[in-house]
Design a protein around this ligand. Structure first.
Ligand code: URP
Ligand code: ZN
Ligand code: ZN
Length: 473
């Protein structure tokens, strides 16, 4: 098996940083050694197959994006990244694992859908991948499928309180699914928005001629998110299920999660880069139809209300535990433009899988997060949250050699024609400048990106059979 030494770098974990040489044998990390150590008998740099010089750079566990939607059928179309294009873009940005959502629409059989997602992903992924399961039709067969899926390594299930007729489950259905989660140990994930309120507001706004993308945000007020988050927490409390609230954008929803955690509940919150950086006023409110680029749900929030700063702070203080992208890309042409003249027809989603590591690193540069917290929220916590820790999310002997060499003195300009490998005809992050750079990316010991060159291949990525969340007793 090929051996690799990543030498001279500063290994950063969620708990500290230290200079180590990282020795990789085949697909696994086998040793962390004092720089230049000869404890293994000789100067390893002369005996290993490959030496990667990481002097002056950070050596971090590969990013884990636990919320993606590759080629998802949604909003009358399909998310524009396939497993092939999306995982390649992820690798470019230092993400070495994704957890994607298998979709069950009403009347679909859960296990059929799960097998279909395996067919979509197998042989196409550049990096490793796991699955969550979306449940839109909670009936007896779906509930029994949950047990089977847990044994297959799908240990988390997403339900929706919005999108009536598409995804929405009523509170009784949610309660039944949560009871199953309490029983089999699965993490219950919630899209927490009050769909009934939103549907009426949408109709009223459209009837008033308020059809621009900006009104997507107005139709989904923070109160709809706070109320649904509270309701999900109450259902989790009644059933005893662990709860993970996805794509949290409102500071009031964070308060709900905080207070549940303060009461000792197994409640966790995820946010996304768009809720840290972007806003209702600047992006959704861009002139003409431009705002469609940033139509996603939960929506971008008003900067005037302070959600973004609050979210950064909540990340630092662990009131929000991790950052995923909710990568759900659509092109403007022939996809987002279905909603010209009616914002409710704009497919909901933003593409960011390539940029999460960089965007969060900029938070370190700007003093919002420590270096260690960056590693924690982008890799270590996602691994623990979704039952992958030990293999993923850490640089230590025995772990998969998913490693990123990150240059704090490098620079990354995001945008079309610069850094953009996602299958989209625009970048939601056009013009963002990052004071850092993903230099080298290894996936299970194989270099997939190096020095501005893609060296991976479709089919290298393997299915991750996950265990139960490692945050639960
Ligand atoms: O706008 C979004 N978030 N699209 C993806 C589907 C979901 O709700 O996560
Ligand atoms: Zn959602
Ligand atoms: Zn999503």
């Amino acid at each position: 098996m090929a051996t690799t030494l990543i030498s001279g770098g500063t290994v950063v974990s969620s708990t500290g940083r230290r200079e180590y040489d990282v020795l990789i044998d085949g697909e696994r990390i086998v040793a962390l050694l004092e720089p230049g150590s000869t404890v293994l008998g000789s100067d390893l740099r002369t005996t290993v197959d490959t030496v990667i010089d990481a002097s002056g750079k950070y050596v971090i566990p590969g990013g884990i994006d636990a919320h993606t939607h590759m080629e998802m059928p949604f909003g009358g179309t399909f998310a524009s990244d396939t497993f092939e294009t999306g995982t390649r873009a992820a690798a470019w940005g230092g993400t070495t694992s994704i957890v994607d959502f298998v979709v069950q629409y009403p009347d679909q059989n859960v296990l059929d859908q799960y097998h279909l997602w395996h067919e979509k992903a197998a042989g196409n992924c550049a990096i490793d991948y796991g699955f969550h399961q979306i449940l839109s039709d909670v009936q007896d067969s779906s509930l029994s499928a949950m047990d089977e899926l847990v044994s297959e390594g799908v240990t988390s299930f997403k339900l929706f309180m919005a999108y009536k007729g598409v995804f929405l489950s009523d509170d009784g259905q949610i309660l039944r699914a949560f009871q199953k989660g309490a029983d089999n140990g699965a993490m219950m994930m919630m899209h927490a928005e009050n769909g009934a309120m939103i549907d009426v507001l949408v109709q009223q706004l459209i009837a008033e001629g308020k059809t621009d993308p900006y009104y997507h945000g107005i139709s989904r007020p923070w109160q709809a998110e706070e109320e649904a988050t509270h309701r999900a927490i109450m259902i989790a409390d009644v059933t005893g299920a662990p709860l993970y609230v996805v794509h949290v954008s409102a500071k009031q929803a964070v308060e709900q999660i905080m207070s549940a955690r303060d009461r000792g509940m197994n409640v966790f919150g995820e946010t996304c880069p768009q809720y840290l950086y972007l806003s209702l006023e600047e992006q959704l409110g861009a002139p003409g139809f431009e705002g469609a680029k940033w139509v996603c749900s939960t929506p971008l929030r008003a900067r005037a209300e302070g959600h973004q700063d609050h979210m950064w702070r909540s990340l630092r203080t662990n009131d929000i535990q991790m950052v995923s992208t909710d990568h759900c890309p659509f092109c403007m042409k022939d996809q987002k433009d279905m909603g010209v003249g009616d914002f409710s027809k704009i497919p909901n989603g933003i593409g960011s899988v390539e940029h999460r590591m960089d965007l969060l690193y900029q938070g370190v540069v700007e003093g919002r997060l420590s270096l260690e917290r960056w590693v924690e929220i982008t890799s270590t916590t996602p691994a623990r949250m979704f039952g992958m820790y030990g293999r993923k999310g850490v640089i230590e002997p025995g772990a998969d050699a998913d490693v990123v060499v990150y240059d704090p003195n490098g620079h990354t300009s995001i945008g079309l024609g610069k850094t953009h490998h996602m299958n989209m005809d625009y970048s939601a992050w056009e013009g963002f400048e990052i004071d850092g750079h993903v230099d080298t990316v290894l996936s299970r010991g194989t270099v997939v990106v190096d020095d501005g060159e893609y060296r991976g291949r479709a089919g290298h990525g393997r299915y991750i059979k996950r265990g139960l969340s490692q945050y639960l007793i």
